[in-house]
Write a protein that binds this ligand. Structure first.
Ligand SMILES: *Cc1c(COP(=O)(O)O)cnc(C)c1O
Length: 358
């Protein structure tokens, strides 16, 4: 029996995909070797790489004026890659809605005149500030947002309008969980280990007009155009992670694509929030319209019972429910691969725990 893993990342993968990986592990499609052992210049790997890109394009409906690359370094490396790649006036505006956007902002400040255009830190990141076009500097190279805030459990209720200023978005914990209109963004980036696949590969989607604006000092390996020109094969890619991600894309397409998984995600999140709201024992402090579909923080009345909750849950096969140290309490990360049954089992456990602790 597999456990339900509520980790914020790395997180669950679809069981069907894991089984296929197992079946193909020693001998990938008659090659007699594993994808892990394969040259990235070989025909079978080139096919995996190409299929990963075309499936992602199809799933996200990515327009032709965008390129897609699979790179290493995690989303965190993009925090510095972004100001080095889009460097015209060396000015950019950041919206700080949590820990990751804060890190992105402080990294970018090394490379220019970066300004915090809005923040929700005044209320410990429990909401998303309302953004208007005139809050951004007209000559900013881009506006940076983090759409879903993994630690604090918030997300934007819509894509902000930044007018002519390119919008750069960290979608690490929500990519493929809901339908996005890619044409509203200049750049989208996301580490794989939340909604896509194993850690090690990072997706970057870049509009073509933003590919020739790099700072001359931008390192070759951070420059998007380096990998764009080589279809992500400039150097040795994170081949195994890309392969598993490709299988996840195939699986997602088979079950009906992003719209289908979005519907399931909305049902899952509603079940959990409705239960928390109906309970006098558990609470979630996020402003309801900004509640995340993917990460649900909650607390019991005391830190002692929180710790007991987490330990007891693990014994029942409900793993990694401890909240981030900046928030405390619990956090249930319910990404695409978390089945509805996992949510039901969590709610049953919450009911049982509550009745024995009131
Ligand atoms: C996990 C996460 C990151 C950090 O990703 P790494 O791949 O570990 O660098 C950045 N942003 C968001 C929103 C995340 O959830």
């Amino acid at each position: 029996m597999r456990n339900y893993n509520f980790s914020a990342g790395p997180s669950m993968l679809p069981e069907e995909v894991l089984k296929q990986v197992r079946d193909e592990l020693l001998d990938y499609e008659g090659t007699g070797i594993s994808v892990m052992e394969m040259s990235h210049r070989s025909k079978p790997y080139e096919a995996i790489n190409a299929e990963a890109e075309s499936l992602l394009r199809e799933l996200m409906n990515i327009p032709d004026n965008y390129d897609v690359i699979f790179v290493q370094g995690g989303a965190s490396t993009q925090f510095e890659a972004i100001p080095l790649n889009i460097s015209v006036n060396q000015k950019a505006d950041y919206v700080v809605t949590g820990n990751f956007s804060k890190k992105a902002f402080s990294e970018a400040k090394k490379y220019g005149d970066m300004v915090k255009a809005a923040s929700s830190e005044d209320k410990n990141f429990t909401y998303i500030p309302v953004l208007k076009r005139d809050m951004f500097r007209k000559d900013a190279d881009y506006v940076h947002i983090c759409y879903n805030n993994t630690i604090f459990g918030t997300r934007y209720d819509s894509v902000p309008d930044t007018g002519d200023i390119p919008l750069v978005a960290d979608l690490s914990s929500c990519i493929l969980s809901q339908d996005f209109d890619v044409s509203k963004f200049g750049v989208i980036y996301a580490g794989a280990q939340k909604n896509v696949g194993p850690a090690g590969v990072t997706i970057v989607i870049v509009r073509k007009d933003l590919q020739d604006k790099a700072n001359p000092l931008c390192p070759t390996m951070l420059k998007w155009s380096t990998q764009i020109k080589e279809h992500s094969l400039y150097n040795t890619p994170p081949a195994f992670s890309t392969y598993v991600s490709m299988l996840v894309f195939r699986y997602l397409k088979k079950i009906g694509g992003v719209k289908a998984i979005q519907k399931i995600n909305e049902e899952k999140a509603k079940m959990l929030y409705d239960f928390i709201d109906s309970s006098k024992y558990y609470s979630n402090s996020v402003v309801p319209e900004y509640r995340s579909l993917m990460n649900v923080p909650f607390v019991t009345p005391s830190p002692e019972s929180d710790a007991e909750f987490v330990a007891g849950a693990a014994k029942e096969g409900l793993l990694t429910l401890k909240g981030h140290r900046l928030v405390g309490g619990m956090r249930a990360s319910i990404y695409n691969a978390m089945p509805v049954e996992g949510i039901k089992k969590l709610i049953d456990y919450m009911k049982k725990f509550e009745s024995s602790h009131k």
